[in-house]
Design a protein around this ligand. Structure first.
Ligand code: GLN
Length: 462
């Protein structure tokens, strides 16, 4: 679109759809504020932008000027950022409309969007289930048709896992492809902003807009924005690796059937398919759950009641102020991560846990390099070991919750790009397949995903 009246109509329709989706508890912005803001944004949007008039919801751990940025936490209740994330600024410059803030696990720690102080987000197809997490609000809004695309964030799978659970496309870019400026830090060596979209094209075009250099983030590579590939005729010329560690004997047979169906399609589309081995995969979850909490414990030290958000006072001295604010402001999962992170970094345990985890991280990254050096272009795996689970099912068992990230954390540890797209249903619930690609070759992931999206029966039972 390029006509201001169309942008206005798009803003109104998005506001109506977001209000209709209210029962999901996926959007944290009050309907009245959202409508007002969307209409004002549509009036001021750049008509020549490539996303002109497109509503994009933004996860609540990404700073925006319009709305509060709370990270689903009491410790940031009512917090309004004085600046906006580069990704958000780029969206706005391309004419997109920021369609409210989406619910998430507190500080993006979780796999179900149950760890939000604002209540859990419901799965759009079955309200007894979770939408995945931590970007569950973004995934639910896209799946419910409220917005065509949304920003999420990835530290260990928080875009791909909810995309898989909700039946939408999720892309986690290469580390350094998208600026982290204005993304509230969780695990700085792992964090990336990612995109959820109702189709490969919607997710890819938003990614191309938010990607590229940013002088405000020194970990963002000095590269041009991603160029969108065209939809390929076939997969001729692609060598697709199937890592055997991602298909263990106890994998849910329906997940395996859905993946096998896609692998057959690869061959029919002209790709060469090869089994490969990534031998350090079994250590990935343990490695991730040392490194991510270690970095989180350091990053979250800034929430002390003195600088951001509310202060839980009545304290006699500064230590008591910190204790009261952090004790009451953080939820149980965040406190658990801070404790684990502080423990693995403390002298005496640093070598046993943190250093070991860093060494293992290097081996996991090396596994991928070896596979790519042997001529594989892309890897294909399930995104998650199961479809969406029931709310409450894993809340009391953090390790069971952590294991839902088993197929996603490796790409974050290795800094590689990965994409999840719907490949079928199990008893009516979506499941996703994942491509993992080589650093900065998101265009190859997107090309392959285009080819699969065209032919895969995404809503058929596996
Ligand atoms: N579920 C993972 C965790 O809890 C991943 C989170 C994320 O990617 N932000 O840490």
């Amino acid at each position: 679109m390029s006509d201001p009246s169309e942008a206005l109509a798009s803003a109104k329709a998005a506001a109506d759809r977001l209000v209709k989706a209210k029962r999901l508890n996926a959007c944290l912005t009050a309907p009245k504020d959202l409508r007002k803001s969307l209409l004002a944004q549509a009036q001021g949007a750049h008509p020549s932008g490539v996303l002109y008039g497109m509503p994009v919801a933004v996860k609540d751990n990404i700073c925006t000027l319009e709305f509060t940025t709370t990270c689903g936490s009491k410790i940031l209740e009512g917090y309004r950022s004085p600046y906006e994330a580069t990704a958000v600024a780029k969206l706005r410059a391309a004419g997109a409309l920021i369609a409210g803030k989406s619910n998430c696990d507190e500080f993006a720690m979780g796999s179900s969007t149950e760890h939000s102080v604002y209540g859990r987000t419901l799965h759009p197809f079955d309200k007894a289930r979770v939408p995945g997490g931590s970007s569950g609000g973004s995934a639910a809004l896209v799946a419910a048709g409220a917005v065509p695309a949304a920003l999420g964030s990835e530290t260990g799978g928080s875009v791909r896992q909810p995309a898989s659970f909700c039946g939408v496309v999720g892309i986690k870019p290469t580390y350094g492809r998208v600026s982290r400026y204005g993304l509230v830090a969780f695990g700085s060596s792992l964090d990336q902003i990612g995109v959820l979209g109702r189709s490969v094209h919607d997710a890819a075009r938003v990614l191309s807009v938010i990607s590229g250099r940013d002088p405000k983030d020194s970990t963002c590579e000095d590269r041009d924005p991603l160029r969108l590939p065209t939809v390929p005729e076939s997969l001729q010329g692609f060598v697709i690796g199937i890592p055997k560690e991602y298909f263990p004997p106890d994998l849910d047979p329906a997940v395996r059937r859905a993946c096998d169906r896609v692998i057959r399609l690869f061959r029919e589309q002209g790709a060469a398919v090869r089994e490969v081995s990534l031998p350090h995969t079994p250590y990935a979850v343990a490695t991730y759950y040392i490194i991510a909490p270690a970095e989180a414990s350091s990053n979250l030290a800034r929430y002390d009641g003195a600088r951001y958000g509310p202060r839980f006072d009545g304290a006699v001295d500064v230590r008591a102020l910190y204790r009261a604010t952090r004790g009451q402001g953080f939820g149980a999962e965040v406190r658990r991560r801070i404790l684990v992170g502080t423990y693995v970094l403390s002298s005496g345990y640093y070598d046993a846990y943190y250093r070991k985890a860093q060494q293992m991280r290097a081996l996991i990254a090396q596994d991928f390099r070896t596979a790519f050096d042997r001529g594989v272009d892309l890897l294909f795996t399930p995104t998650t070991p199961t479809a969406a689970f029931k709310a409450g099912e894993k809340l009391a068992d953090p390790v069971a919750m952590y294991l839902s990230d088993i197929f996603t954390v490796t790409a974050n540890l290795a800094g590689l790009p990965a994409l999840s797209l719907p490949i079928g249903r199990i008893k009516g619930l979506p499941i996703g397949g994942q491509f993992i690609g080589q650093a900065f070759l998101e265009d190859e992931l997107i090309e392959a995903a285009y080819a699969v999206e065209r032919v895969v029966p995404a809503t058929t039972e596996a």
